[in-house]
Write a protein that binds this ligand. Structure first.
Ligand code: GLN
Length: 196
């Protein structure tokens, strides 16, 4: 059985752990490099990307995590976690770090400039039925490189900003799939980890 880590420096760690366990995966809250080496894949949760960035440095996790991602460990960033996977961040702090795991430009608090949080039914590539997505001061993907697959766009006609992407073993979503009882996004990630 695969073991999936949830980066546990800040943010909605417990919700991800519970959702992953519902899919049948084993989980581990990751705060140290040893724990990072014990997992087959990692979720970077929502929270505050500037804080997560700072704590990764304080906990000596930034470099080991960057190299595991470069070696191909499956990784999934949600909301603040999406920002952490970007190659470039708009409206970020100048000292904020990210992993460049997905060739994409992400705008922080992109939806939050109009409204703090909202929900909508998304068509996500790979899921048969719409997914009720919760956005909380969410980023969106402003542009992607050619090897990045767009999995979902916001908007009634599903032609709005990009809110879910995949590139190789890296997945990123603007919304919070750990909220609620629909665990299909977690199943999608777990199956990616199983195949890796
Ligand atoms: N606005 C937050 C950030 O910039 C992300 C919000 C979230 O993860 N819910 O990191």
């Amino acid at each position: 059985m695969v073991k999936i880590g949830v980066l546990a420096l800040q943010g909605d760690v417990g919700e991800h752990v519970r959702a992953l366990e519902k899919t049948g995966a084993r989980t581990l809250a990751v705060r140290r490099a040893e724990e990072l080496h014990a997992v087959d894949g990692l979720v970077i949760p929502g929270g505050e990307s500037t804080t997560i960035s700072k704590l990764l440095v304080v906990f000596d996790l930034y470099t080991p995590l960057k190299s595991r991602i470069e070696q191909g460990m499956p990784v999934w960033g949600t909301c603040a976690g999406m920002i952490m996977l970007a190659t470039s961040i708009l409206d970020g702090r100048p000292d904020q770090k990210s992993f460049a795991a997905i060739d994409m430009v992400v705008r922080r608090n992109a939806f939050g400039r109009q409204i703090d949080s909202y929900e909508e039914n998304l068509h996500v590539e790979g899921l048969d039925d719409p997914f009720r997505a919760v956005f909380i001061r969410a980023p969106w993907v402003e542009s992607v490189g050619k090897n990045v697959e767009v999995l979902a766009r916001a908007g009634d006609d599903h032609d709005g900003p990009i809110v879910a992407v995949r590139s190789g073993m890296a997945l990123a979503t603007s919304f919070h799939p750990e909220i609620g009882t629909d665990h299909r996004m977690h199943e999608l990630f777990v199956s990616l980890v199983r195949r890796s």
